[in-house]
Design a protein around this ligand. Structure first.
Ligand SMILES: [Zn+2]
Length: 208
């Protein structure tokens, strides 16, 4: 890879944007008003804005290994709080993907050093859904299902936050769980029952 090309590509991109809209960068410089918070995996194949056909200014993005929402991770919690409370996004998406290396690593018995505490959160998802997962004989299908269940549990983790609970009550914010299929390019809506989960967990996790 020649990094010189990055700057040449950037020049071409600027020209292309300006030929579509001469004011593009003037508008971009005025500030951001995205309506969507996207929490995805750091995997280089899952490109956030590009796979949704969106561009600069349209999505607030957070990516980490295996699209995790961990309540003591200051990074993801700062992103959620800023996007929900200050940017006032009304849609929060957790987007996982099939063939996720983070999820795969959590299915194996190996000491991965500093990654252990991070991946332990995915092992917890496995434990919660052990009966369903152990009933799946095909290893690939089990892996795909764990990817989906991990997305679902990260949505649950979002719903446990005060920011999401308050924004739901005040302006109807919603949480969505999606999976990107790297084999076909298709984005799949898992149709997470946001209101059902919210109602069910409020008994214990009600904060606001
Ligand atoms: Zn991944």
């Amino acid at each position: 890879m020649n990094l010189e090309n990055v700057f040449k590509n950037n020049e071409k991109w600027i020209k292309a944007k300006l030929s579509e809209d001469g004011e593009f960068f003037d508008e971009l410089g005025k500030g951001q008003n995205p309506e969507l918070l996207y929490i995805g995996c750091s995997d280089s194949r899952v490109t956030a804005e590009e796979l949704m056909g969106m561009g600069p200014g349209e999505v607030f993005v957070h990516r980490n290994i295996a699209n995790m929402v961990i309540s003591i991770d200051l990074n993801v919690m700062s992103v959620v709080n800023y996007a929900v409370n200050h940017l006032k996004v009304n849609h929060v998406v957790v987007c996982g993907h099939y063939a996720c290396g983070g999820v795969k690593a959590a299915m194996q018995s190996a000491d991965l050093g500093i990654l252990n505490p991070w991946l332990r959160n995915i092992r917890d998802v496995y434990r919660i859904h052990r009966d369903e997962l152990n009933d799946i004989d095909d290893e690939d299908k089990k892996y795909d299902r764990l990817v989906e269940l991990n997305v679902q549990e990260q949505c649950v983790n979002l719903i446990k936050t005060a920011a999401v609970q308050k924004a739901y009550r005040d302006r109807g914010l919603k949480v969505y769980g999606w999976v990107f299929d790297v084999h076909t390019g298709k984005l799949i809506d898992l149709n997470i029952d946001f209101e059902g989960i919210l109602k069910e967990i409020m008994e214990i996790y009600h904060l606001d």
